[in-house]
Write a protein that binds this ligand. Sequence first.
Ligand code: ASN
Ligand code: ZN
Length: 325
Amino acid sequence: HDDQGVRAAADDTTKHDEGIRAARAKGDHSAVSAGAINRKIYSCNGTTNLPGTLIRAEGQKPIGTRDASQDPDECYAGFGATFDFYKNVLGRNSINDSGLPLIGSVHYGKKYDNAMWDGEQMIFGDGDGVIFNGFTDELDVIGHELTHGVTQYTANLEYEGESGALNESISDCFGSMIKQYSLKQDSATADWLIGDGLLAKGINGVALRSMKEPGTAYDDPQLGGQDPQPSNYANLYKGKSDNGGVHINSGIPNKAFYLACIGLGGNSWDRCGKIWYQTLTSGKLSTRANFQAFADLTASVAATLYDADARQKVVDAWAGVGITV
Ligand code: ASN
Ligand code: ZN
């Protein structure tokens, strides 16, 4: 079903998104004072002109009924929760670690079925209401997209094949952690779903992806059939769609992260999140790193940051998805 339904639509969207990236003029998103958050929320008002009209700047009160939806305020809040996580848990000052302003444009296009980081800012579609609801109320989705920015400024993993699936997985890992941190849920309590609440009523599924049980998030013809994510390296998708399966094969490192979080115990962000973050920002990953290289590095980082027991928990997690460190 790779060429059907949402998968084909997603490929079209990716081409469209690349067009946006290429066409987009460089904005004046210069850094502000160290450590302070600086959000700017725009509305495209149903057009594709970026960034659109500024509707809420940092420190301004909620716009409430001035917009027909809660989207701008949800975007503002989601950016805040994401910034706080990176600052308080990981000591990172925004996406580039130098206070990069967080720019978001809501109401992008008409019934646009995606949310994305375009290299400089976040873009939110309204969803078509048939397959997807709007994206601004999903903190894991906002965390996912902003983390694409963090990856861009650090390991800069190429968005293709295994390095692309690692790029996707890192966005899911941090997106999920940001949600868990804001809900104060430990690893055993968290649902480990990405985009629960995103699927419109009438779609047979619980979320876009499950990190705990990849391949089980949905089964619906409108989404191209069953969730195609593998949970073991033996079942790696080797086709060409989706940039060589970046949103498909991410299930493998996603599950490894989940298993490592459970093995290490407590909150995902206490130890496992710091191991994955140190791996991402170490400067030791190639932009074309494969799963093996990433796994090897997480194990050695676990030993350095913690101890041999932590390392073993990480090694066991990778073994659980068919990767031997
Ligand atoms: N929502 C998609 C993602 O973050 C958009 C994209 O960039 N392909 O993976
Ligand atoms: Zn992504």
